[in-house]
Every structure is written in structure tokens, then in C-alpha cells.
Ligand binder design. Structure first.
Ligand code: FES
Length: 508
């Protein structure tokens, strides 16, 4: 572990009344019922919160299904014990209600010095939108530990949540939150991160379902050297409201933050809101921050609000910036794909897949990555149509044929050859010899021969899936399906292939 050599700074932090963010507080009086004109509520359709602001007590709960590695503990703790842990205080009325009306919290704890090989998975499911549920969960990851935590929301409820992630010094945490709710669910809440000295935290938040989802994610540092990456994706359908509000408080020097949120919208009344606030305090010298939000509007009648804000109290920073884009399909990318004979629909599908694949691959839990890609595929069927099936055709019964000369393909090079089959074959020369693979990515109909060779793998140039040249198996998302590979024989100066006999591939 590298410890950044800067003195402890917690006591030196000045009080800043940030205009970006209300003062956190457990006191409900500090969070009056909003009227919709407040800066932090102006985008939210308050009526559709359906009672989450009222403070009506409720004993309803989501059902829990948990997968915990053996060393991880899960206990119920009181509200007092939650505060004693030093979790970030509630930032709005809904998270304050969740903290006060949830009758304590569930604490999930990873001991110090432990690198978990399996993720912690918490599946939270609701039965009915008639249930008003307050929930509080605290994840504690000890110093120098490493953990992936997944919280997966499904079903239906009106859910006010407060989730805290306390990350010890030198720890590495990957925190994934999936809002995969039924169409009528309403979910609003706060995810508060405390990042220890020299800790590394990545969050991935994916909001796909629900009538209204509004999540506030805040981050603060317990010392210098902390690194934070926040990724997010949302796919908003007709009538749906999805709102993500981020606030990174750079309250310690030598800290870093990166934000990358991407959304797609389709259908009348689809509304997304992304607000990214970063505060750089006086004490936070030599920090680096960048936040980005991109929105892809797939149909008419959608609205994407995107508001990045930076508040800088010191001039001694390494870097700070933000960007925000909202638009339709990238015409250049579409034109490029169309010019390669890819249909308009397939090209659009590929562009959206690539847009999200960059985020999904950060999750690091293959089952969940696959599930999200499948969900996005289903979402796209509504506007773009189903994926074009592979062009698998009838095979001819011929034996080895000359594909090319050995000298035609330098080491590290590829050559597309037409052997009369339903697709070209890419001949690939690597340091380990020649390989042959069908010249079409299994994720989209683009030629693999235009990709990069690395070792015994070939990377698709479009979205970066890498295929094993020995088996055809995809090694990286977004491709999920293997590509046929063929036996190669070198005969003198010639490379010979039997294009009709792909090597049998074992599905992994
Ligand atoms: S077309 Fe997407 S990975 Fe190849």
C-alpha cells in the first residue's frame, strides 16, 4: 500500500456553506417539506413521490436475499449505533425520514485486511407499490480490505433509502447499485460514501426500471490520497423519471474523483435528470476531478436535464473540469457503420451498446454485466428492433484450401480472405503461429480483421471485445457469444484452412 505523506487534515477543514448542497442533518426540521422550487427539488415531480415526503410511519420491509462471503458479518444495529459509526448524515427530507423511521439499520461488515474473492450481493425486493418502506443499510469495509458490493432492487414498493459505505484507509471497494424495479415502483434515497486515506472506491449505479427513481450519491474523504470513480447508466422509457444527483466534497488534499454517467431516453415523457456537483475546499490542494454526463435521445418527446457544477475554493488544484452532452445518434459513427454494409437498425443498436458497454464493464461481476446487457437489448427492441441474427448459412463440404501465403500476413497482422463461405475468414499471424477466425464479431456485424492483435487474442475495433484466437471465446464484454475458429495448416509457403469445419467450441 502507498500512503500519501500528507498530515491528517480532518480538523483543519473549514466550514463552507456550499450553495451546491444543503447542510446534512438528522434533524427533520432542517429538511422541510419541499414545494418544488428549491434548487435540489426543482426537477422532481413531487406528486409522483407518492407520500415519501410525508413522514407516515410504516413497518413494511423489502424482502432480503443475501449472499455473503464467510468472513463478512451482517447484524441489526440501532439508530444510535449508526450515528456512532460516523455515517454521512442525511442530505434531504427523504433520507432523513429513512434514517429516523427505519428503526435502526442493517450493518454489513468486512474485517480489515481481507480481500474478498466473491462479491457481497444484497437482493432487495418489494411486493407492492402500496407498501411504504424505509430502509437503512451500512456497509463497513475495514482498512486495507478489498470488496465488491452489489445491491440489487427489484419488484415494487415506495422506498425511502439511506445507504452508507464506510471505506477504511487503504481499502478498495467496488459498490454497485441496480435499480431494476417494476414499472410502478418509486424509490428515492441517499448513498453516502466516506473514503479513507489512500482508499480506492468505484461506484456503478444502473437505473432501468421504476416509475420514479431519485438517488443522491455523496462522497467525502477521511484523509488525503483517496480516489473515487463514479459510473452510472440509466435507460429511461416513456413516462419514467430517473434522477441522479452527485456531490463530491473534496475535503482533503491529494484526492481524485471521476464521474461518468450515461443515459438513453426513449418514448413520450421520458425524463432524466443528472446533477453533478463538486466542491473543492481550501484545504483540498492538488486534487484532480472530472465529471461527465452524456445523454442519447432515441425518440421525440423525451427530456434530459444535465447540470454539472464546480465550486472551487482554492487555486492550488491539479485539474478540474466537466462536460455534458445531450443529443441524438452520432451521425459520423452511424455513417461509418453504414458504409461497411451494416443496416441502419443494426448500426443504431451497436452505437447504443457501445455507449453503455464502457460503463457496464466496470461492474466486474460477469452475471450482472450480462444481465444488464440483456436488459438493454430488450429496451432497444422497443425503438430499434431485435438484433440482426448472425449470417450463419449452409456449409459446403470441402477440405483444406489455400487461404493466403505465409508472407502475406506479418506477425501481429491480419488478413481477411474470402473462401466462398457466408463470411470472410480473418487469418491472423501471432508470435504463437497462424490462426483463423470468422471475420465477423459476434456482437455486431463488423470485421474482426480490422482489430488489434495482442498475444493470442484479437480485439474488435468497435467496442473492444477481445476474442481468444484458439477457442473463439469472448474474453471481454460486450460480446457474449464465441466466434467460430478454424484449424490452420502451414504447407510450405501456404496457409491452408478448411472453411467448412470450425473447431468445436466448448461454451464456458
Ligand atoms: S461489434 Fe461490439 S464488440 Fe464487436
Amino acid at each position: 500500500m502507498t500512503v500519501t505523506a500528507v498530515p491528517a487534515v480532518a480538523e483543519a477543514i473549514e466550514t463552507v456553506a456550499s450553495h451546491l448542497h444543503p447542510r446534512p442533518s438528522y434533524d427533520l426540521a432542517d429538511h422541510p417539506v419541499p414545494n418544488g422550487r428549491e434548487e435540489v427539488w426543482r426537477f422532481t415531480p413531487l406528486r409522483r413521490l407518492r407520500g415519501l415526503l410525508d413522514g407516515t410511519p410504516s413497518a413494511a420491509r423489502l424482502s432480503w436475499e443475501v449472499s455473503l462471503p464467510a468472513e463478512v458479518t451482517m447484524t441489526d444495529i440501532s439508530s444510535g449505533a449508526v450515528r456512532a459509526l460516523g455515517v454521512p448524515a442525511p442530505v434531504d427530507r427523504i433520507s432523513a425520514l429513512a434514517a429516523s423511521l427505519s428503526a435502526g439499520a442493517v450493518k454489513v461488515e468486512v474485517p480489515s485486511g481481507l480481500a474478498l474473492s466473491e462479491p457481497i450481493v444484497v437482493n432487495l425486493s418489494g411486493e407492492s407499490v402500496n407498501d411504504l418502506v424505509y430502509g437503512q443499510v451500512v456497509f463497513v469495509v475495514g482498512a486495507n480490505s478489498a470488496a465488491t458490493i452489489v445491491v440489487h432492487h427489484t419488484g415494487s414498493a415506495r422506498y425511502a433509502s439511506s445507504v452508507s459505505v464506510l471505506v477504511g484507509d487503504g481499502a478498495t471497494v467496488n459498490f454497485v447499485s441496480l435499480q431494476d424495479w417494476a414499472d410502478d415502483a418509486v424509490h428515492a434515497g441517499h448513498v453516502g460514501l466516506r473514503i479513507g486515506r489512500d482508499a480506492r472506491v468505484r461506484t456503478v449505479s444502473a437505473s432501468l426500471g421504476g416509475d420514479l427513481v431519485r438517488l443522491v450519491e455523496t462522497a467525502e474523504y477521511d484523509g488525503p490520497g483517496g480516489e473515487l470513480e463514479q459510473f452510472g447508466l440509466y435507460f429511461v422509457d416513456a413516462g419514467q423519471h430517473v434522477e441522479h444527483r452527485l456531490f463530491v466534497d473534496h475535503n482533503a488534499p491529494h484526492t481524485r474523483s471521476r464521474v461518468d454517467y450515461r443515459g438513453a431516453l426513449q418514448g413520450k415523457g421520458a425524463h432524466s435528470v443528472w446533477v453533478g456537483d463538486v466542491l473543492i475546499r481550501k484545504i483540498a490542494e492538488n486534487i484532480n476531478t472530472y465529471e461527465s454526463n452524456k445523454n442519447l435521445v432515441l425518440t421525440d418527446g423525451c427530456r434530459a436535464d444535465s447540470v454539472p457544477n464546480l465550486e472551487i475554493e482554492t487555486g492550488e488544484i491539479e485539474g478540474a473540469g466537466h462536460s455534458s452532452t445531450t443529443g441524438r445518434f452520432d451521425d459520423e459513427q452511424l455513417f461509418y457503420l453504414r458504409s461497411r454494409g451494416i443496416s441502419e437498425e443494426e448500426a443504431r443498436r451497436l452505437v447504443v451498446h457501445g455507449f453503455f458497454a464502457d460503463i457496464i464493464r466496470r461492474i466486474g461481476v460477469p452475471d450482472i454485466e450480462r444481465g444488464l446487457l440483456t436488459t438493454i437489448e430488450h429496451e432497444l427492441e422497443a425503438t430499434i428492433g431485435a438484433p440482426t441474427p448472425g449470417a450463419a448459412g449452409e456449409r459446403r463440404g470441402v477440405a483444406l484450401v489455400r487461404a493466403c501465403g505465409v508472407a502475406d500476413v506479418p506477425v501481429g497482422g491480419t488478413l481477411a480472405v474470402d473462401l466462398g463461405g457466408d463470411a470472410d475468414i480473418a487469418v491472423v499471424n501471432t508470435a504463437e503461429g497462424f490462426f483463423a477466425i470468422r471475420d465477423e464479431c459476434s456482437h455486431g456485424a463488423v470485421p474482426l480483421s480490422e482489430g488489434e492483435v495482442e498475444g493470442c487474442t484479437l480485439e474488435c475495433y468497435l467496442h473492444g471485445s477481445r476474442f481468444d484466437l484458439r477457442t473463439g471465446q469472448p474474453l471481454e464484454l460486450p460480446a457474449l457469444v464465441p466466434v467460430p475458429v478454424f484449424a490452420v495448416r502451414i504447407d510450405g509457403d501456404d496457409v491452408l484452412i478448411d472453411p467448412d469445419q470450425p473447431i468445436a467450441i466448448q461454451e464456458s
